[in-house]
Structure formats: C-alpha cells, structure tokens
Design a protein around this ligand. Structure first.
Ligand code: HEC
Ligand code: HEC
Length: 440
C-alpha cells in the first residue's frame, strides 16, 4: 500500500507544527462530541429516554373529509369515540356492545407479560403490522400485500356461515384465525391457544364495532337540524341507544342468521351432478361464466373493485372532476358569496387529495377467482363452497346464487366447481381453451 502524506504523518515522528495541528483537531472533535452528548441529554430529558408515545386510533379521515366535517366536528367525533371505546392501550366496552372486557385486555395494549407471565398485547404482536392498530387495514406491511389486509371499520366480512349482509358468528371468526385465508398473506394462528384465539376474535369485533360507530357518527352530521349548530347531541339516547346499540345488535343476531343448508341429495350420482352443475355454471341464470370466464380461469369481467377499494376510486374521481370544474370556472363574474364558496371548494379538494395520499392505499381491482387452482379463501370444504355460492361474497362483486338457483341445485354447482381443477383438458374444445392468452 502506498503511504499517503497523512499516513506518514502518523508513522514518522510528527514535527511540532504537525503535532500542534493534530492536537487542535482532536480538541475540536472532542468539543463537538461533548456538544452532541449535551444535546442528546437535553432531548432525552424533554421526551424521555426511549419512551415511545402511546398508541392511538387513527381517525377515519377519508370519510370525515368526504362528508366535509370541519375540524371542530372531527374533534367531537374523536372525543365521543374516546369516551365510548377508550384507547388501544386501555379499551373500554360499554355493556351494550356485548363484548367481554377481560378478553379485550388480553388482546389489547403493547406486547408484554402480566404478573403470572401470561402474554398480553396479542393483537399488536400478531395482527397490527397488517391490519393496523386501528383495524383500518393500514399497517406498515399493508401496501406490499395483495389482496390488502382487511379494513374492519365498515363492518363487512367475507367468509362466514351467515347471510350475505349479516355479521360472521364467533365460530366463523375463530375458524378464519385457525385456518388463515388460503391464497392470501393472512396466516393461520392455529398454534395459539384457544383462549388467545377467542381473545383476538373479540378484539376484531371491538375494532369493527368502534369503526362502524365512527362511520355512523361522521355521517350523522349530515342529518343535523340547523339549530344543532353543527354538533352532535351528546346524550345517552343518541350515542348509545340510537348509534351503538343497532350496530352491536347485528353482531348479537349473527347466530340466528345462519344460511340454511339442505342436505346433499341422497345417492347422488357424481358424474350427473357435475354435468348439471356445469350447465348451471355456463347458463344465464347463475351466469358464473360472466366473471370466472369460459375457461374458469377467472378471466371474465375483471375490472371491478371490492367495496373497500371502490370508496377510494370514487373519491379520486370526485377530486378529479371537482378540480377540473374549479379550474374551468371563471372567478371574474362571481359574487362575493360565490367567490367564498369557490375558495372553500378549492381548500376541500386540496385536503381530500392529501388525505387520500396519506390515509389510503392505491386502489386495486378484484379479479374473479381462478377456479382451476383449487385454492378457496373461505375454506375448501363442500359446505364452505355452498356458503360462498349461495350468499355470494360480501363486499366483493361475487353475487349470491340464492334466488336464481334452487338451494338443492347449488350442491351440483359445488360439485362442478370442485371438479374444475381436474377437468379433462380435451373436453373444453377449441372455443374454450384451457389456457387463456393472458394467464401463465
Ligand atoms: C401478513 C398480513 C396479515 C396478518 C399478520 C394478519 N392478517 Fe388478517 N388478513 C390479511 C389479509 C390480506 C386479509 C384479506 C383477505 C381477503 O380479503 O381475501 C385478512 C383478512 C382478515 C379477516 C377477515 C376475514 C373475513 O371473513 O372477511 C379477519 C377477521 C382477520 N384478517 C383477522 C386477523 C387477525 C385477528 C390477525 C392477528 C391474529 C390477522 N388477521 C393477522 C392479512 C393479515
Ligand atoms: C360479477 C362477477 C362474478 C360472478 C357472476 C360470479 N363470481 Fe365467483 N367470484 C367473483 C370474484 C370477484 C371473486 C373473488 C372474491 C374475493 O376474492 O373476495 C369470486 C370468487 C369465487 C369463488 C372463490 C371462493 C373462495 O372461497 O375463494 C368461487 C368458488 C366462486 N367465485 C364461484 C362462483 C360461482 C359458482 C358462480 C356462479 C354461481 C360465480 N362465482 C359467479 C366474481 C364473480
């Protein structure tokens, strides 16, 4: 290695001049270090050593901006929610929610062990990085996943044993946590004890009841009388009886909303049943072919959005058309009131734009399932497929066959769907290629 002048200064005895320079440099470094240390100490005494701020629930900014709430109204919603539901570290469950607070405490809060060594904070340990502390589906990992983790706040669940618009039962939630959701990033938590799974299911219910209450409150401003002066009544009658109770009641009614399942026809001839199911699949009553495609590969109509993404797509459209209109409007002939309205509209458009940037994921379409893979998100038992086909998938474009196909015939469609991953290639013929041009 070639010695640089710098190296030689250290190797050869330094001249007094060099030594002096070197000492001044060391002094300078030392005083810089001391200064940094001082800054760190001052900062630490102000914000506390290593203390992280307590976790908080993020407000539903997309909805409150869409409903044009002013900051005062946003604050009122936050205050009311705090009183009714507490915080992520200290959840509160009013009796009307029907929730079990002991279970919530096991799932809530930071990850820690209690006095007998029992692990608490299960939701933050296992779920929050995807579903977010608030259950808004905006955890740090969410943007990288497809499909996105579920946003529980609208109270819509997909894979359940109840009628389409109804809530899942406790057993449905527990089954999802046991099995995970095949074909998505939602993992199975089968290794957790039953107590922990039950606690997590309870906490999901807590987050979703809270989220639906928030949505209801935000939308309630719209119906206020003028003499209410833009604030919601903070009475028990309005907050608990009119708002919370109907939301909680839907959860309590779930077990009674079970889908009636007729027995599988006795002595069923599987070959004939599959043929009948196939006819229904391609027929115009069930019309499965419209979305799942003539190939069953899911390459039919694929440009639709699920309910969660639709909200963002529609907000985006509203902003675009609003901005276009505002930019075309001539302010020259406007009265002072019109001018004030115009300015307010511009401020709102800008705020909505920023909210979508920070509080929403880039919308994605929902492709109909490729039925030749044999991967079923809601479970692969014939019964699970019966539920999916009978009631459709809540929140997704997949419609209910209920009403167009008699319940016993749905078993034939189930049999056909279950045969699809194994259907003999040659049967499809030239007009139904097994391999669609845009797949594989
Ligand atoms: C790695 C990311 C990830 C983790 C961790 C995760 N989930 Fe999910 N979860 C998802 C995704 C993605 C979906 C949506 C799947 C879909 O829509 O098909 C989902 C959906 C759900 C659903 C909705 C089921 C339905 O029927 O609609 C529930 C409930 C749920 N998760 C609960 C949990 C709980 C509780 C935990 C923690 C114990 C958890 N998840 C951990 C990614 C995750
Ligand atoms: C309007 C479009 C559309 C029609 C019509 C349609 N589906 Fe679907 N289907 C979808 C979409 C979209 C999904 C994916 C939903 C999701 O991921 O949440 C899906 C998913 C499925 C699944 C997967 C369920 C699971 O657990 O993963 C099955 C099975 C299925 N459809 C069968 C059918 C059958 C049988 C019919 C006819 C009776 C039908 N679909 C009609 C759009 C449709």
């Amino acid at each position: 290695m070639r010695a640089t002048p710098m190296h030689s200064a250290h190797l050869v005895l330094a001249s007094p001049m060099q030594l002096a320079n070197c000492l001044t440099e060391i002094g300078r470094q030392a005083s810089r270090l001391a200064f940094l240390l001082l800054c760190t100490l001052v900062l630490a005494s102000v914000i506390g050593c290593g203390a992280t701020p307590p976790a908080y629930f993020r407000p539903n900014m997309v909805e409150s901006t869409k409903q044009r709430l002013n900051p005062e109204q946003e604050r009122q919603v936050a205050t009311v929610l705090l009183a009714m539901f507490g915080t992520p570290d200290h959840p509160v469950a009013l009796a009307e929610t029907g929730l079990n607070e002991a279970k919530l405490h096991l799932a809530a809060g930071p990850v820690r062990s209690d006095i007998v060594g029992r692990k608490n904070g299960l939701y933050r340990e296992h779920c929050a990085h995807c579903h977010g502390i608030t259950g808004d589906g905006l955890g740090p990992t969410a943007a990288f996943l497809n499909p996105y983790p579920r946003d529980y706040r609208p109270g819509v669940f997909k894979f359940k044993s109840t009628e389409r618009a109804d809530k899942p039962t406790q057993a449905d939630l527990v089954r999802i946590l046991h099995n995970g959701i095949a074909g998505t990033s939602m993992p199975s938590f089968a290794l957790l004890s039953e107590t922990k799974i039950e606690a997590l299911a309870e906490y999901v219910k807590y987050l979703t009841i809270r989220g639906e209450t928030e949505l209801t409150l935000i939308r309630a401003f719209f119906e206020l009388d003028d003499d209410a002066k833009g604030t919601l009544p903070e009475t028990r009658e309005f907050l608990v009886e009119e708002t919370l109770t109907p939301i909680a009641a839907k959860w309590q009614a779930a077990p009674a909303a079970a889908i009636p399942v007729p027995p599988i026809p006795a002595n069923i001839d599987l070959v004939a049943s599959i043929a009948k199911g196939r006819e229904l699949f391609y027929g115009d009553k069930a019309n499965c072919v419209k979305c799942h495609g003539v190939t069953g590969l899911g390459d039919g109509q694929a440009n639709d959005y699920d309910d969660w993404n639709k909200v963002i797509v529609e907000a985006d459209k509203e902003i675009r058309s609003g901005t276009e209109q505002a930019s075309q409007a001539s302010t020259a002939g406007m009265s002072p009131e019109q001018l004030a309205d115009h300015r307010l509209q511009l401020v709102w458009l800008e705020k909505f734009h920023q909210v979508l940037d920070g509080d929403a994921l880039t919308p994605r379409t929902i492709p109909p399932r490729n039925l030749r893979q044999g991967i079923y998100r809601g479970g692969r038992r014939p019964l699970d497929l019966y539920y999916r086909i009978y009631a459709g998938i809540n929140g997704a474009p997949m419609p209910a066959a209920k009403g167009t196909v008699p319940p016993e015939d749905i078993w034939h469609i189930v049999n056909y769907v279950r045969s699809l991953p194994y259907e003999f290639d040659g049967e499809l013929g030239a007009d139904r290629p097994m391999v669609a041009p845009n797949r594989f």
